[in-house]
Design a protein. Structure first.
Length: 291
């Protein structure tokens, strides 16, 4: 199988480097910016192409690693150059393979998405070894991707195109939205007199240790604090303390409600009725306004 990459940013370059480490070096890169294609080619020991036609002619499989909004236009641009024997893939977490099949498309299409953040084109590749990849699309294209990824040994989970948006929302919850949660916790410490830098630093050991435990043991197993202890008086005190802060109250209330099913998973006989009633009450402020 010969394969190439369209787009020489973080995702395309890191994926190329990762697979090249397992002997699956891409034929090369095409990018809107030639300097980026040259850089990615240098990092992977491949070629920099100056036009789509030449890259398509040299490859059986093409990976579109551009920003999401560019993917449909790129698929349109490839129509004259790809045939039935080609496979076209994108790396978007939110879009299905359907965006790769404009009118006149003869190829097989799929999406491949690693559940990991690419921090830089030259990032350490070790974290990718544990990354799970999702894939969805045409049967032949998914089989092609399984063959491509086999040497790396990553776990691949095939999902339905109809579930792609829900899948992406789940990834966002575990990555982007955690930034909002951490920022809100730091804001509450600042309200208690912490300097902004110290607020961030003070939370780091707590956050990092808990994140590792979550990854190792799962959320139900590592729950601590007033919710886990069924400490209704402390939960009520928290709600009262946040009553004048609609944003903080909404975050606390909504995430505490999300913890309730974990408590019941951990102890099926546990009665969380009073906790849920308190969290859903209109006490002081309903916490529905995140603004």
């Amino acid at each position: 199988m010969t394969w190439g990459i369209i787009g020489a940013g973080k995702a395309g370059t890191v994926l190329g480097r990762y697979l090249a480490a397992y002997g699956l070096t891409p034929v090369g890169y095409y990018s809107r910016t030639k300097a980026h294609a040259d850089r990615a080619a240098g990092l992977t020991g491949s070629r920099a192409f100056t036009d789509l036609e030449s890259l398509a002619a040299a490859c059986d499989l093409l990976v579109v690693a551009t920003p999401d909004e560019v993917i449909p236009a790129m698929a349109e641009a490839l129509v004259p150059y790809l045939g039935r024997d080609h496979t076209l893939v994108h790396l978007s977490g939110s879009l299905s393979h359907a965006v790769l099949k404009p009118a006149g498309a003869a190829w097989q299409a799929a999406s491949l998405h690693p559940i990991i953040a690419f921090s830089a084109v030259d990032m350490d590749l070790a974290p990718l070894e544990a990354a799970v990849f999702s894939l969805e699309g045409d049967r032949a294209a998914c089989d092609c991707l399984r063959a491509l990824m086999e040497a790396a040994g990553n776990r691949l989970v095939e999902i339905s195109p109809d579930d792609k948006t829900r899948y992406h929302a789940a990834c966002v919850m575990a990555s982007n939205l955690v930034c909002g949660l951490y920022g809100e916790a730091a804001r509450q410490l600042e309200a208690c007199g912490f300097a902004p830098d110290l607020a961030l630093a003070a939370l780091a050991p707590l956050f990092i240790h808990n994140a590792q435990a979550l990854a190792d043991q799962g959320p139900a197993a590592v729950l601590t604090g007033p919710m886990e202890r069924n400490d209704l008086s402390t939960v009520r005190a928290h709600l009262e303390a946040l009553a004048d802060d609609s944003r903080g109250l909404a975050v606390y209330r909504s995430l505490s409600l999300a913890v309730l099913p974990l408590l019941r998973d951990r102890d099926p006989g546990r009665d969380t009725t009073d906790l849920e009633k308190e969290l859903r009450s209109n006490h002081a402020n309903n916490g529905s306004d995140l603004c």
